[in-house]
Design a protein around this ligand. Structure first.
Ligand SMILES: Cc1cc2nc3c(=O)[nH]c(=O)nc-3n(C[C@H](O)[C@H](O)[C@H](O)COP(=O)(O)OP(=O)(O)OC[C@H]3O[C@@H](n4cnc5c(N)ncnc54)[C@H](O)[C@@H]3O)c2cc1C
Length: 311
């Protein structure tokens, strides 16, 4: 693919000079830093930002946004850069605003099953922090992404079957608007129907409507038992029908992932494993010891599974 020429925004040098005065070493124009902030692991062509600035508070995000707005310099928020669709590429140049240093857990409300975090906290950092409480945050998109980035991309993952996606698990956000104003989109209360649902507007807005500087999330009790199963099927239709029947009959499966025979072959070759080359479902069950055994039994009884290994 031919590389497209990148245009430098008109006032970017003035923006960088002002940011340098304010943030010193926390403003970088080094190629390696810009590359890390403009290139993801997807096939999309990378366009580097002109500079990267590391914010440490909501007030700093407001100041940076206001400054960039005054100079009409594009800004791209950056969490951990794990997104896969060219999200962090800077086709019009500008400033990458890295919030990874805003990584404090601000409040854990055990009784209310919620937590307030800064946007740079990653999902693994959060789960490590709250482990002793017996609670956990279940959304798992594979990468150890920042919770601000996960909210911005409305991340899901294999256990969306039981716990939903970021859409169902963000209770409220604090967001810096493109003119630098700070808004709060909701409260911790679960039972609220007042006003516009701004939280849902910002979840999935991919940094285009504002920069998330605080996230309030739902938490869940860590299940007493977790078991998983790998099931092989004669055809892909059998595997899909098993998923449909399992969900329709109310088996509270936590995770489901489907792979066809080609994918199984590729996984086996890559991981040097002797896997059955057949349409396969991986399932994970959460609950008490008795309930996870019962769930596995119910799936097996309702499906055309030819081989089920409970792990
Ligand atoms: C191996 C792998 C598997 C994956 N599987 C899944 C999956 O099954 N389901 C799924 O949904 N996703 C999946 N993903 C994608 C994953 O959801 C994203 O990579 C992740 O949510 C992005 O978070 P981040 O912190 O890395 O954000 P970044 O990559 O840094 O940014 C992503 C986007 O969000 C914006 N952004 C970041 N932080 C903020 C902020 N504070 N405020 C406003 N905007 C912001 C950025 O500007 C950018 O547009 C997978 C990724 C990987 C690497």
């Amino acid at each position: 693919m031919a590389a497209t020429a990148q245009v430098r925004p008109l006032n970017v040098d003035a923006t960088i000079a002002e940011l340098k005065k304010l943030y010193g070493d926390r403003l970088s124009t080094a190629h390696a830093v810009r590359e890390q902030h403009g290139k993801d692991i997807s096939f999309h062509e990378a366009h580097l930002p002109d500079a990267v600035v590391f914010a440490e508070s909501a007030e700093e995000v407001q100041q940076i946004v206001q400054l960039c707005a005054r100079h009409k310099t594009p800004i791209i928020a950056f969490g951990t850069g794990t997104s896969l669709e060219g999200h962090i590429s800077a086709p019009n140049g500008g400033i990458s605003l890295d919030v990874s240093r805003m990584n404090k857990v601000l409040a854990v409300n055990e009784a209310d099953l919620d937590v307030v975090v800064q946007p740079g906290v990653t999902r693994k950092q959060l789960n490590e922090y709250i482990r002793a409480t017996g609670l956990f945050f279940p959304i798992d998109p594979g990468a150890d992404a920042s919770l601000g980035g996960m909210a911005a991309t409305r991340a899901s993952g294999t256990n969306a079957v039981r716990y939903g996606t970021m859409r169902e698990n963000v209770l409220s956000l604090k967001v810096v608007l493109p003119d630098g104003r700070l808004i709060t989109t909701g409260r911790r209360s679960r039972k609220s129907a007042a006003g516009y649902d701004l939280t849902r507007l910002y979840v999935g807005s991919e940094g285009t409507l504002g920069i998330i500087v605080e996230v309030t999330l739902k938490l869940y009790g860590i299940p007493a038992a977790i078991s998983s199963a790998m099931c092989s099927f004669p055809t892909i239709e059998d595997a899909v029908n098993t998923v449909i029947m399992t969900i329709q009959s109310g088996v509270p499966v936590a995770r489901i992932e489907l792979a066809d025979d080609m994918q199984m072959k590729a996984i086996g070759m890559h991981s040097k494993l002797d896997l059955p080359i057949a349409s396969t479902l991986w399932l994970e069950f959460h609950g008490s010891e008795a309930s996870v055994a019962e769930q596995a039994g119910m799936v097996q009884a309702r499906s055309g599974v030819i081989r089920m290994a409970v792990l």
